[in-house]
Design a protein around this ligand. Structure first.
Ligand code: F0G
Length: 465
């Protein structure tokens, strides 16, 4: 049996969960157009749809809420928030936004012009969508190992410098507004980038006058992996490593709904004062004043407290260990999962699990439905549905990774819940031959289609024989 270390917290408040029957779940999933995203959360028992905004706040964070200063302009809470971001991430100019994609919008609008090119270590849907909406073409320059679910490479978030050089060589530095990096890489299954590779990537980009912006949504989880895996970092604190990851970059976009243990919020942080001034100008238009950016004062207080808790090594050790436990249980039972296990999720390789379901019938979406029907466990598709269509050709993108992502909220579920998830996924895998065919679109939204799409089973009434 894999190890499950005791959580460094105890439960102080509970939220009842409602058990459902298989019939309930069939009815709910049909009403949701075979898209677990469209389920009502009350019809879900263990919700691994995302680790974003679903974290349990600590007693300290809840008490910090009461310190919220709700002044429209210049609230005290903004300065507490600004100070926490500066201290832990090391950027000078801190601009609050309502959540990560608000920051992506502002950064993309400031820097991207039509016909430009953005290289990055794989894509995240909202990040790439904003880049494309502003007229850029995204280029994936991540190492090949990231696209191989079976590769045990310890830093699957690393940039392939050869690929980056090729993009710079082909389009010229003037056509590249910035390099878009993430730590960890969500779409690869929560895989880290090494400090060495991040630093070299920045050196290469800077040598061509190209800035580098880091998506820090899960950079603390990345720092934990650096401490475990990267030579020379084992004795450094996670807080130190976090600063080392940010140090060579020109700024960051943050969804505080992840690492920072908050339910909402984010920031954009920059070093260049002129760019920061431009970004503050846009924040006023799209988010709110530059001292609240769409958040309440209390949200900024909760984030400031959450940032300090996020780098606590007892916290981050237990958080990653819980993810690892789920991964080990699935792997031990022969379920094909992405290795190494990520910081925030375990990803089932749906293309390997359901080889008889063609990629055009969305095996990962199909597996997400089967897992929900089995035990009320909700994961999310991270494959062809999420990848969307190429904005130029209109063709469906077919990424190599076709994954069912099981993302674990921080400090929310107990070992019994995780065992229930493992048992459900293992049971679905054992009976995988019962799944006859996959799904096809009934309605297909234009942007971030995975959220609101509706599907029908290709074989008629159900995905099952
Ligand atoms: N960047 C990364 C790496 C993310 O994972 C997300 C959100 C965002 C940016 C956008 O941030 O949601 O605050 O606007 N990821 C969530 C997920 C939705 O489920 O992976 P946001």
């Amino acid at each position: 049996m894999p190890v499950y270390p005791p959580e460094p917290w105890r439960v102080k408040m509970v939220e009842p969960l409602r058990a459902t029957t298989r019939d309930d779940r069939e009815a709910a999933l049909r009403a949701a157009g075979w898209n677990p995203c469209l389920l009502r959360a009350e019809d879900v028992y263990v919700d691994l749809f995302t680790d974003s905004g679903t974290n349990a706040m600590s007693d300290r964070q809840w008490s910090a809420l009461l310190h919220g200063d709700e002044a429209y302009a210049g609230a005290r809470s903004f300065y507490v928030f600004e100070e926490a971001v500066r201290a832990f991430y090391g950027y000078e100019h801190v601009i609050p936004v309502h959540q990560g994609r608000g920051g992506e919008n502002i950064l993309s609008r400031c820097l991207i012009r039509p016909g430009t090119h953005i290289p990055g270590n794989m894509y995240f849907p909202s990040t790439r969508a904003h880049q494309e909406l502003n007229g850029a073409v995204f280029h994936d320059v991540i190492v090949d190992e990231a696209h191989d679910p079976d590769s045990a490479y310890p830093f699957k978030g690393d940039v392939d410098l050869g690929k980056l050089k090729a993009v710079i060589g082909e389009f010229g530095a003037a056509a590249i507004p910035y390099v878009s990096l993430a730590a960890t890489v969500n779409m690869a299954g929560g895989q880290p980038i090494s400090v060495a590779n991040l630093t070299e990537t920045c050196e290469l980009a800077h040598a061509h006058g190209i800035p580098v912006f880091l998506d820090t949504a899960r950079a603390v989880e990345n720092a934990w992996f650096v401490k475990q895996r990267e030579p020379g970092w084992a004795r450094r604190t996670v807080a130190d490593i976090l600063r080392a990851l940010c140090a060579p970059t020109d700024g960051a976009v943050m969804s505080a709904k992840k690492d920072s243990l908050a339910n909402i919020g984010g920031w954009l942080a920059l070093r260049d004062p002129a760019l920061a001034e431009q970004a503050r100008g846009l924040v006023v238009l799209y988010e709110g004043l530059h001292t609240y950016g769409g958040m309440a004062g209390r949200d900024m207080e909760a984030i400031a407290a959450g940032i300090a808790e996020s780098v606590d090594e007892n916290h981050i050790r237990a958080r990653v260990a819980q993810v690892e436990y789920l991964g080990e249980r699935l792997a031990d039972a022969g379920v094909p999962v992405v290795r190494p296990f990520g910081g925030h999720c375990v990803c089932v390789d749906a293309a390997a699990a359901l080889p008889h379901v063609p990629r055009t019938e969305f095996p990962a979406q199909t597996l997400a439905c089967a897992t929900y029907l089995q035990a009320g466990v909700r994961g999310v598709e991270r494959g062809a549905v999420t990848a969307g269509r190429d904005p130029v050709t209109g063709e469906n993108r077919l990424p190599r990774l076709e994954l069912l992502r099981l993302a674990i909220p921080r400090r929310v579920y107990t070992r019994a819940h995780i065992d229930l998830v493992a048992d459900a996924v293992i049971a679905v895998h054992r009976d995988r031959d019962r799944i006859a065919r996959g799904l096809r679109f009934e309605t297909e939204p234009r942007h971030l289609r995975f959220f609101q799409a509706r599907f029908t089973p290709v074989s008629g009434a159900s995905i099952f024989r």
